[in-house]
Design a protein around this ligand. Structure first.
Ligand SMILES: NC(=O)c1ccc[n+]([C@@H]2O[C@H](COP(=O)([O-])OP(=O)(O)OC[C@H]3O[C@@H](n4cnc5c(N)ncnc54)[C@H](OP(=O)(O)O)[C@@H]3O)[C@@H](O)[C@H]2O)c1
Length: 334
């Protein structure tokens, strides 16, 4: 396992980490596309055996069930595993039950610490930007959590470029803790983050934690134009399947399949290896419902794509970057 620094911090995180979104009996939250608690614990154990040192969860995953399961599992190994969790989405009643407000952040952090059975969260992330709350309020609340020792580092997820910049500016002006990482959706099927968030992370020295590296399983090798397995997330989430079952994505899958065959590895491993090869990537948060899936994804560690492979994948997945990106891109990378 390789370990990369989380942005400008001295913290080293494994380049593959494990996500707990499908853990903790999320019948409602994941609409049934979950792991049993026993399988979740086996996935956690196998991840640690492979050198993973970061677990990502959130207060809303399985309505807190994911944090509870993670907390029970981590007992006795707390010193070897970094815990990342998130708040922002509604988790309480009334008009103040969600948001990136001081009220919600402080209350959510206390609740997560309790569910996780720990006295400190290694990386506390705002799950999505909140345009209705002044950024100074959000950053001050996070600064207080770090100062009081409840949180070690803070990060954000699902932010726009302008809001991230505003947050970094607010922290800098007041000499407060800043976001050290962004967590964003990135895969061959979903490259929109390359317009703003990836260049911003490069420019400001932020760690990049990648979510849904297989586009919810689409790039795992089990889907094509005519096959949709039953009982899987994309089979259960019909609306998502309709959105992702596009000719562009099937061409990406064809290309992944060809490269996987040439290299004697799996489609999932090639899809993850494409992300591993990006210098901006700090850690890819694997989603694995079973140990078998985890092993298929960990196989990415032994795949080194050639420049030609990467170009083939870049080309078939390229987006119309739009204005002003395409205009700037004719002269230099943006
Ligand atoms: N910040 C955010 O807003 C946000 C949002 C989403 C996720 N995340 C984080 O990112 C983590 C990973 O996200 P994700 O679960 O969407 O990742 P993903 O890798 O895109 O999808 C994982 C799903 O794909 C299928 N799969 C994975 N590996 C496979 C393999 N080798 N062979 C066949 N099928 C395979 C499994 O679903 P099936 O068995 O059902 O097909 C699995 O649950 C989450 O746990 C969470 O920590 C964050």
């Amino acid at each position: 396992m390789e370990y990369r620094p989380l942005g400008r911090t001295g913290l080293r995180v494994s380049v593959l980490s494990i996500g707990a979104m499908t853990f903790g009996d999320g019948g409602v939250f994941m609409k049934g596309a979950t792991s049993s608690n026993d399988e979740a614990r086996r996935v956690f154990d196998a991840s640690i055996d492979a050198g993973v040192n970061l677990v990502d969860t959130a207060d809303i995953y399985s309505n807190g069930g994911s944090e509870v399961l993670t907390g029970e599992w981590i007992r006795g190994k707390r010193d070897t595993v970094l815990l990342a969790t998130k708040c922002r989405f509604p988790s309480g009643p009334g008009p103040n039950g969600g948001g990136a407000t001081r009220h919600h952040i402080v209350r959510s952090c206390e609740a997560s610490l309790k569910r996780l059975g720990t006295d400190v969260i290694d990386l506390y992330q705002i799950h999505m930007q909140d345009g209705a709350t002044p950024i100074e309020e959000t950053m001050r609340a996070l600064d207080d959590l770090v100062t009081s020792g409840k949180v070690r580092y803070v990060g954000c997820s699902n932010y726009t470029g302008y809001r991230l910049t505003e947050a970094l500016w607010a922290s800098d002006k007041r000499n407060q803790v800043r976001f050290e990482s962004v967590q964003l959706q990135w895969s061959l099927a979903m490259r929109d983050c390359e317009r703003e968030m990836i260049p911003a992370s490069r420019a400001f020295g932020l760690g990049v934690l990648v979510w849904s590296p297989l586009a919810s399983g689409l790039l795992s090798g089990k889907y094509d134009r005519t096959t949709t397995p039953t009982g899987t997330r994309l089979a259960i989430w019909g609306d998502t399947w309709k959105r992702v079952a596009t000719e562009r994505n099937f061409v990406i899958i064809d290309t992944l399949r060809a490269i996987a065959a040439e290299r004697g590895t799996t489609v999932a491993a090639v899809a993850i290896a494409w992300l591993l090869a990006r210098p901006e990537t700090t850690s890819i948060i694997l989603g694995a419902r079973t140990v078998e899936q985890l092993d298929g994804n960990l196989a990415a560690l032994s795949v080194t794509l050639s420049p030609e492979d990467r170009k083939r994948l870049d080309d078939v997945s390229a987006l119309d970057w739009g204005y002003p990106y395409s205009m700037i891109g004719r002269s230099q990378p943006w």
